[in-house]
Ligand binder design. Structure first.
Ligand SMILES: Nc1ncnc2c1ncn2[C@@H]1O[C@H](COP(=O)(O)OP(=O)(O)OP(=O)(O)O)[C@@H](O)[C@H]1O
Ligand SMILES: [Mg+2]
Length: 497
């Protein structure tokens, strides 16, 4: 019998974790083995059955006390050898030196090549001055958004569960603790590479690079310069990720190199925000005084971060030319991926790529985004109304969103000319698949958090259900697809979490 077979019955009836060596095989230079710190009186806040389905868990395990204790960090999963990993990074453009999992503890890698990590599970040698905890408020945001992003088709770490505890945690005010159980094929960040490069630890840098190539980018092994091929592959994935963020209106908020996944996943849901009105210069992080991570700067920042990764990989890439070539793919892939996504949002099946033409897709999209910005139009509502207009033929509700009616009418002429080249029904169907009705707007997260802090998790659970199917109608929650209320603009989200 295969000992790693997830269907193999456990004599005690519990899950068979089938831990694999994974990251731990890299050796002690890469992590510190340690246990999570228990919390008092843990309770369930939310679970994602959809995420659970990616693991071979027995159907009722997530309802068990064993699961509650394990996912709160109070009891070790059988066979797990937990650890905190070490990384470094650039924060807000400045070298920050050693960071590491200051409050995340990796339980190990299980079936399906999935790593399980507890965020907020206590202090580690990398906590610096921090308490190793995460508060309920930010854990709910991370849980909801991870699962929402997955449902939107955007690469991300997943969230299996959130558990809470009455343990007091001091932030601006006194809050309570929570633990998010995250899942990902790997939590390796650009910062892991920077760490060993900055310390000139070349054998470790090479071991890490080999591990990432062999596990996640095996095609790079065959390249003449595998490290350069890895840089190119990561650049491409990052470009695709950023194109998805920009097209859906997602602002990450803390794009430090230690928050950049080597797999091109969205990682670290801190002060993130989905745009309400389309404001290209929007800064979602209250602590980002300079606006380094403003919405429209994200693609450029990702490139800057890739440059840091390239510098870290230089001892392996060896000469400048392949590194420059690998990085240069970023801009082209981003531009193409963004155009493709925006074209789909517009319902256009045929490309018009000739940039010399005034009716090229690039021009059409650029002009539209300029109009949305100038008229401060709600980004998600715009795409929904446009979808409905393409279905019904009545563009009045879209026009009503613009103060500059002439500007809108002018754009619509060009768009209509492009639209007639497509079949109407398939254009609308394409738009339905690419324009979400529901995104986790700040005020929606806030509604769930306010109720949860009173012990009522029903809003959170309903929101989770809706965000799991963001393209569906959900008539009972129609108000969640509408404009943000007045009070939404007063929500201040900072790095405090
Ligand atoms: N409350 C805390 N206690 C200990 N360390 C912390 C705490 N908050 C943040 N850190 C550490 O500070 C650094 C930067 O924090 P950042 O907010 O980017 O990450 P994070 O939200 O803790 O986690 P992740 O990136 O894993 O989602 C990381 O090394 C992180 O572990
Ligand atoms: Mg982080």
């Amino acid at each position: 019998m295969n000992p790693l077979d997830p269907t193999r019955p456990d004599p005690a009836g519990g899950p068979v974790w089938g831990w694999q060596p994974g990251f731990a095989a890299l050796g002690p230079a890469f992590f510190t083995a340690l246990q999570p710190t228990p919390v008092p009186a843990p309770y369930w806040v939310a679970v994602s059955q959809d995420a659970a389905n990616t693991l071979a868990l027995p159907p009722d395990w997530l309802q068990s006390d064993e699961a509650l204790q394990a996912l709160s960090g109070n009891q070790l999963l059988p066979g797990s050898q937990p650890m905190a990993t070490v990384y470094s990074g650039h924060q807000f453009g400045v070298w920050a030196g050693q960071l590491g999992d200051g409050r995340a503890i990796l339980l190990g890698e299980t079936f399906g090549n999935t790593e399980i990590q507890l965020k907020g599970a206590g202090r580690t040698p990398y906590s610096r001055g921090g308490d190793g905890r995460a508060v309920l408020r930010s854990s709910i945001r991370e849980f909801l958004c991870s699962e929402a992003m997955h449902a939107l088709g955007i690469p991300t770490t997943r969230a299996l569960a959130v558990t809470g505890s009455p343990l007091a945690v001091q932030r601006e005010t006194r809050e309570t603790a929570a633990v998010v159980t995250r899942l990902a094929p790997s939590f390796i960040r650009f910062g892991h590479f920077e760490h060993f490069a900055a310390r000139d630890m070349q054998p470790e840098l090479r071991a890490l690079t080999d591990y990432v190539i062999d596990r996640y980018y095996p095609a790079c092994r065959k390249a003449a310069n595998p490290a350069a091929a890895l840089l190119q592959a990561v650049s491409e994935r990052t470009a695709e990720l950023l194109a998805l963020w920009q097209s859906v209106g997602f602002c990450h908020g803390v794009m430090n190199t230690d928050n950049m996944s080597i797999l091109g996943l969205t990682i670290d849901y801190g002060p993130f925000q989905f745009l309400d009105t389309f404001d290209p210069g929007h800064i979602c992080n209250h602590s980002d005084v300079q606006g380094r991570y403003a919405f429209n700067r994200q693609p450029q920042v990702a490139y800057w971060n890739l440059f840091c990764l390239a510098q870290a990989l230089m001892p392996l890439i060896e000469t400048e030319e392949p590194a420059v070539a690998a990085l240069s793919t970023y801009k082209a892939v981003f531009a193409q991926a963004f155009l493709t996504r925006m074209r789909a949002k517009l319902g256009l099946a045929q490309a018009q790529d000739d940039v010399q033409r005034s009716d090229s897709d690039g021009t059409l999209i650029e002009q539209l985004l300029a109009l949305l910005a100038a008229n401060r139009v709600d980004y998600t509502v715009f795409w929904l109304r446009l979808t409905e207009a393409v279905e019904s033929g009545d563009f009045t509700p879209v026009r009503d969103l613009f103060l500059d009616r002439e500007g809108w009418d002018g754009w619509l002429v060009g768009y209509s000319a492009r639209l007639v080249q497509s079949d109407g029904a398939s254009a609308a169907a394409l738009m339905r698949r690419t324009n979400p009705r529901f995104v986790l707007r700040n005020h929606l997260g806030e509604l769930a958090i306010r109720a949860a802090s009173e012990g009522d998790f029903s809003v959170l659970h309903q929101l989770q259900q809706v965000l799991q199917r963001p393209y569906d109608t959900h008539p009972e929650h129609a108000q969640w697809s509408g404009f943000a209320p007045e009070w939404a603009s007063s929500i201040a989200i900072s790095c405090s979490s």
